[in-house]
Design a protein around this ligand. Structure first.
Ligand SMILES: Nc1ncnc2c1ncn2[C@@H]1O[C@H](COP(=O)(O)OP(=O)(O)O)[C@@H](O)[C@H]1O
Ligand SMILES: [Mg+2]
Length: 246
């Protein structure tokens, strides 16, 4: 569904991605783990064309998007829904209007169809009855769900998550994890999650890639990662054991 072929990305003379290659298969949940500043967000932004690789190729659903124009990228952004780290809802719009926003822009749906899709999406993230609330009137965890509902309302084939559990308490973290897993089953989406949360990765990933300073240093199934001899991965595992006991 997504393939990186020796992708490099520099800003000025700083090379952030140093030639990374990986793929995400249809329907799987792939985690890219790495400490902060290793190029995780840059990786995601390259997929939806918010950034362009300095060299190498990115293939999304069979199309090489590397040289795509803004018009062509519009279609890619419909296909690949991005869930940003921070909810970034419109403060002055209600929960309902926030979720409906993209639908009104992207799709030619009737008012009724939009209403149904908004409610369906809110139900998928286990929210109901707060249509008229403003973002400031609901908790941060709820805002994250609303932001997720807004993305899934467009029914993207691929969901890209940037640090979905960072800054959440353990209970909300668990429910967001559960949600990612449920969505990928119910909507049959392909999910790419970038995170530094090994605990989450061990729980829901089909496969894990470890990124360090712009290079892939390890890759495998959860079982393979648990046996990894890489020092960085061992550190991540220790931290996951110390931090997450549930
Ligand atoms: N638009 C940009 N211009 C210049 N440098 C950037 C830009 N975006 C990211 N960087 C740099 O690239 C590095 C990796 O960033 P990022 O992918 O956001 O890290 P993370 O793994 O924490 O998500 C950081 O050092 C960041 O400062
Ligand atoms: Mg980031």
């Amino acid at each position: 569904m997504i393939e990186f072929q020796n992708v490099k990305k520099s800003f000025g003379d700083r090379e952030i991605l140093k030639g990374i290659s990986f793929f995400v298969s249809k329907g799987e949940i792939l985690f890219i783990l790495g400490t902060s500043g290793t190029g995780k967000s840059v990786t995601l932004k390259n997929i939806v064309g918010l950034l362009k690789p300095s060299s190498g190729n990115i293939v999304v659903d069979g199309e090489d998007i590397t040289q795509f124009s803004e018009d062509q990228l519009f279609a890619i952004r419909k296909k690949c829904g991005m869930v940003f780290q921070h909810p970034a809802l419109f403060d002055s719009l209600s929960v309902f209007e926030n979720v409906a926003f993209g639908l009104k822009r992207h799709e030619s749906l009737s008012e009724n169809e939009i209403r149904d899709r908004v409610h369906e999406s809110l139900e998928l993230v286990n929210i109901s009855g707060i249509d008229d609330k403003l973002p400031s009137e609901i908790s941060y965890g709820m805002q994250k769900r609303v932001s997720l509902a807004r993305t899934i309302a467009l029914r993207p084939a691929v969901l890209l998550f940037d640090e979905p559990t960072t800054g959440l308490d353990p209970i909300t973290t668990n429910s967001v994890n559960q949600l990612i897993q449920d969505l990928s089953r119910k909507l049959k989406t392909t999910s790419l999650v970038v995170s530094h949360d090994m605990h989450c990765a061990l729980k829901i990933a089909d496969r894990i890639i470890v990124l360090d300073k712009g290079q892939i240093v390890d890759e495998g199934s959860v079982d393979e990662i648990l046996e990894s001899q890489s020092e960085l991965v061992r550190d991540f595992l220790l931290e996951a054991r110390a931090g997450g006991e549930s």
